[in-house]
Ligand binder design. Structure first.
Ligand code: ADP
Ligand code: ADP
Ligand code: ZN
Length: 218
């Protein structure tokens, strides 16, 4: 199964990707996570993108395309993958088409998650993540079952992203509206496209996606 998850920052792409990853045994390819790992490791890419990410702007297309193109060659992507946060511009969408056709593969579905703008801001400013396994939580909307302990791995340390501040959220939403939303009509026309209401509970949203992917309707 090869999927793209589209949606504004805070829509729940990462949360849904992690559930889909478990269900289908395919990796989540999050360009945001890859970039944050480079920043943390202090690689030359990390140094180049750090301030751009903190500002809420998008990182240059050529850097991102190289990152994904390399990652798609890894053996764990052979049976499929979930693209989370890529593509985010028309140029990235065109490059992805080329990468897929070079490899003789195609997408099964593009899933676009929609959420009210106010809810997006709330979701982003309350978000925190398990340091050891990367699972996402929320201060009020999605807390670990046992206070201070990760449901998935038992980890006890969590972090907040540097760019998850009220000041940066508007810049990120603007980048989404101006640079990413314009690729939606392209995918709507191109193949299987699913628009999902992301306002429901996490499990409800997951069910909407899975039912569609598995050809069931409610
Ligand atoms: P994205 O990857 O699209 O930026 P995340 O998956 O990180 O979004 O979700 C943003 C925040 O909202 C996280 O704190 C997550 O726990 C929470 N969240 C995700 N989906 C939902 C949902 N359906 N209802 C309530 N909170 C959610
Ligand atoms: P969110 O989960 O809030 O949607 P991400 O973790 O996907 O955010 O991305 C965080 C930041 O990383 C973005 O604001 C941007 O600076 C950079 N980034 C991630 N993916 C891309 C991409 N495909 N193109 C350009 N920049 C990206
Ligand atoms: Zn964990």
């Amino acid at each position: 199964m090869r999927l793209i998850l589209l949606g504004p920052p805070g829509a729940g792409k990462g949360t849904q990707a992690q559930l889909l990853m478990k269900r289908y045994g395919i990796p989540q390819l999050s360009t945001g996570d890859m970039l944050r790992a480079s920043v943390k490791a202090g690689t030359s890419l990390g140094v180049e993108v750090k301030s751009i990410m903190e500002s809420g702007a998008l990182v240059p297309d050529d850097l991102i395309v190289r990152l994904i193109s390399d990652r798609l060659c890894d053996s764990d992507c052979l049976n499929g993958f979930i693209l989370d946060g890529f593509p985010r511009t028309e140029a990235q969408a065109t490059s992805l088409d080329q990468m897929l056709s070079d490899r003789g593969i195609s997408l099964d579905c593009v899933v676009s998650i929609t959420v009210d703008q106010r809810a997006l801001v709330d979701r982003i400013v309350g978000r925190f993540t398990c340091k050891s396994c990367g699972i996402g939580y929320h201060e009020t909307l999605n807390r670990p079952r046992v206070e201070g302990v990760c449901d998935a791995c038992g980890g006890k340390e969590f972090f907040r992203r540097d760019d998850d501040k009220a000041e940066t959220v508007m810049a990120r939403l603007t980048a989404y509206i101006q640079q990413t939303a314009p690729i939606i009509p392209y995918y709507k026309e191109k193949g299987r496209f699913l628009e999902v209401n992301g306002m429901g509970e996490i499990e409800v949203v997951q069910e909407l996606i899975v039912n569609d992917l598995e050809g069931r309707s409610k």
